[in-house]
Design a protein around this ligand. Structure first.
Ligand code: GAF
Length: 386
């Protein structure tokens, strides 16, 4: 993201004065999908694509926000109980409310922002936006007294309370805590995490964007979460003396024992989640040993589960995974919430060019357009730029 680009628009659209500039990244996730809201493990990293905002308090109670990429401007009062209807502005409004709940006396401000996280590609542009404004408001109005984890939770609460998505904490966590060159294994139950240096010698990580847009807010994501909760409710009923809060607390025998009490669909969802919990740990272990073949194998298994049991893939993505497999790519799977977006591919350097060309050609032949290609660069999380 280019600071001069954002600054020139900020100056032009407001009173000519400059403000502070903040940036927050999107994320990739090597493995551990739909496990965050099930108390499991995730393995994300922040990337070199994100949201940048310039922001300056304006001495009123009104927020004047300009979305540079959309050339759209929205105003709202920080005390308005309803907030704006425009979808992008709801993220800012939501963060204002959530930071106020966390004791930050947010007043009016002018802001212009832009981003380079491809929308709907599963790289979490919305978490980048929430984290960027949470970080900025904490700095400008809160003397940075809100802890980083609370910024993460403010972002997640914005999705839940103002945007209609019952997401987990992975995306906001990655955007706030990311570190250059490091992936992070997060235990979403205890919130303990560990940085893992990620420099797979001889391999590259590349994203292929199907350019099929997923609707994260669409009921499908929330439905998946509800399925998991149905299984948890059945387990609690069956095992009243055990502490069962999420699917993290279940094992295969327990799952088997409630098969007749929930729908087959719910069981399929839970089957994926239980398997995915083990896969993240297996991948961490394999990474430590430099065993990329195992990492890749687990990625394919995850895709199989996401496609057949969790049912969050789509024809175009399955096709990209098949191309990768046929080409001898080490690992490949759909990344993020699903319903379109990207595949994440772990590919040997010597195969990289031929794989990318092959995927472009075959995808174009079948769907009349090429997938977009993004090389993954792991970068720092939210920060003040100037
Ligand atoms: C989306 C959500 F926002 C995350 O919390 C996570 O559940 C992910 O889908 C699936 O792993 O990005």
């Amino acid at each position: 993201m280019d600071i001069e680009f954002v600054r020139s628009r900020f100056i032009k659209h407001f009173d000519g004065k400059t403000g502070n500039v903040y940036a927050s990244p999107g994320r990739i996730n090597l493995i551990g999908e739909h496990t965050d809201y099930n108390g499991g493990f995730v393995f994300p990293g922040a990337i070199d694509k994100g949201i940048m905002c310039e922001i300056r308090p304006n001495g009123t109670d009104t927020v004047m926000a300009y979305a540079i990429d959309l050339k759209d401007r929205v105003e709202f009062n920080v005390n308005d109980p309803e907030g704006p209807k425009t979808s992008w502005a709801r993220y800012i409004y939501g963060i204002v409310q959530e930071m106020k709940k966390r004791g930050v006396d947010v007043k009016g401000f002018n802001t212009a922002f832009a981003g380079d996280v491809p929308l709907g590609a599963g790289m979490s542009s919305s978490a980048a936006m929430e984290s960027c404004f949470a970080f900025a408001l904490n700095d400008l109005f809160g003397d940075n007294k809100v802890e980083k984890w609370d910024l993460v939770l403010a972002g997640q609460a914005t999705e839940h309370n103002y945007c209609g998505v019952n997401c987990g904490i992975m995306d906001q966590f990655a955007s706030v805590f990311g570190k250059e060159g490091k992936l992070m294994r997060l235990d979403c139950r205890s919130r303990e995490f560990e940085y893992f240096p990620f420099d797979p010698k001889g391999y590259k990580l590349v994203l292929l964007d199907s350019v099929v847009k997923h609707e994260l807010a669409s009921s499908a994501y929330n439905d998946r979460r509800r399925s998991c909760e149905n299984v948890v409710a059945a387990l609690k009923n069956k095992y009243p003396n055990r502490k069962i809060e999420t699917l993290r607390d279940a094992d295969w025998d327990m799952l088997d024992s409630v098969k007749s009490e929930v729908s087959d669909e719910d069981i399929k969802r839970a089957t994926f989640v239980l398997g995915e919990k083990d896969r993240v740990l297996a991948v961490c272990d394999a990474l430590t040993k430099g065993d990329y073949e195992t990492v890749g194998k687990k990625m394919y298994e995850t895709h199989e589960g996401l496609s057949k049991d969790y049912e969050v893939s789509c024809e175009e993505i399955d096709f990209l995974v098949e191309i990768a497999k046929a080409h001898g790519v080490t690992g490949c799977r759909i990344m993020g919430g699903g319903f379109g977006g990207c595949t994440i591919n772990l590919v040997k350097e010597e195969l990289y060019d031929s794989f990318v060309n092959d995927a472009k050609e075959k995808y174009n032949e079948k769907y009349g357009r090429e997938p977009k290609v993004y090389d993954v660069v792991i970068k720092d999380g939210s920060h003040k730029v100037c």
